[in-house]
Ligand binder design. Structure first.
Ligand code: NAP
Length: 251
């Protein structure tokens, strides 16, 4: 069945989200490149259009229901009904539990969990109407526990339960829902972690790589390739799964 080839990628101004947006454009999707401000999306949109793809920059906070509603409506109006959603927007506010503030907790759960909920609730309208869809949620190996990340690991474990429940609810509409749980990926997020730990980024990457079975850290393109599979036609019988993309097995 012919269906809309429009995707929305949140947090697509940089890092993993930017690589995912570029990859989906290369796969033939029109892409709603969403990040906090429209201006911050310009580089990703330019990279896509320079290669003949189509993309629109959309500024929205995924944790704000009204902004999410407007953002999804804009993508639908400019590119067509979005049937692929990649919930990638994310932040860290790392701290040991005794130093973690309520703001640290609320901000992280707000962007990851509330953001994925609001975006999915909005996009499923188009997906169910089209009778086809794909949702890919970004979890993390931190879902299994990581010192200094009580808020982030709770959010990323929450993404896994959210994924499985949406897979159960939306399957009959032709919509699959899966999560990718990356290990160490080289982005500004991991650079910021190195800075917080007062370690040089090269040393941080090298020591991470030494503990990873494939002996390297991940690149945003490693995640983009996995999203490409999950967003495509051929993955239609894969749903409710958490795929660890971490260079080795996870407990
Ligand atoms: P990143 O470089 O920090 O990029 C995240 C993007 O999300 C930024 O452009 C950020 O915008 C945007 N964003 C933050 N809050 C937002 C909001 N409320 N609404 C819309 N956009 C928002 O991070 P990354 O490393 O690419 O990570 C992408 C995803 O993968 C995240 O969900 C992260 O938790 C997950 N992940 C990353 C790793 C890793 O090793 N890098 C590992 C496992 C999982 P601003 O720049 O304006 O804040």
């Amino acid at each position: 069945m012919a269906h809309s080839r429009v995707a929305i990628v949140t947090g697509a101004a940089r890092g993993i989200g930017a690589a995912v947006a570029k990859r989906l454009a290369q796969d033939g999707f029109g892409v709603g490149v969403l990040d906090l401000t429209e201006d911050s999306c310009a580089a990703t949109v330019e990279a896509i259009t320079a290669k003949g793809g189509s993309a629109v920059a959309v500024g929205a906070d995924v944790a704000d229901a009204a902004q999410v509603e407007a953002a999804v409506a804009r993508v639908a109006a400019e590119l067509g009904p979005p049937t692929v959603l990649v919930n990638n927007a994310g932040i860290t506010r790392d701290n040991l539990l005794f130093k973690m503030t309520e703001d640290d907790w609320d901000a992280v759960l707000g962007v990851h969990l509330r953001g994925a909920f609001l975006m999915s609730r909005e996009v499923q309208k188009h997906q169910t109407e089209q009778g086809w869809g794909r949702i890919v949620n970004l979890s993390s190996t931190s879902a299994l526990g990581n010192r200094g990340q009580a808020n982030y690991s709770a959010a990323k474990a929450g993404m896994q339960g959210f994924t499985k429940t949406l897979a159960i609810e939306l399957g009959k509409f032709g919509v699959t829902v899966n999560a990718i749980a990356p290990g160490f990926i080289e982005t500004e997020m991991t650079a910021a972690t190195a800075e917080r730990l007062k370690v040089g980024f090269e040393d941080f990457k090298n020591s991470a790589a030494a503990a990873i079975p494939v002996r390297r850290v991940g690149q945003p393109e490693d995640i983009a390739a996995t999203v490409s599979f999950l967003a495509g036609e051929e993955s239609g019988f894969v749903s409710g799964q958490v795929i660890y993309v971490a260079g080795g097995p996870q407990d």
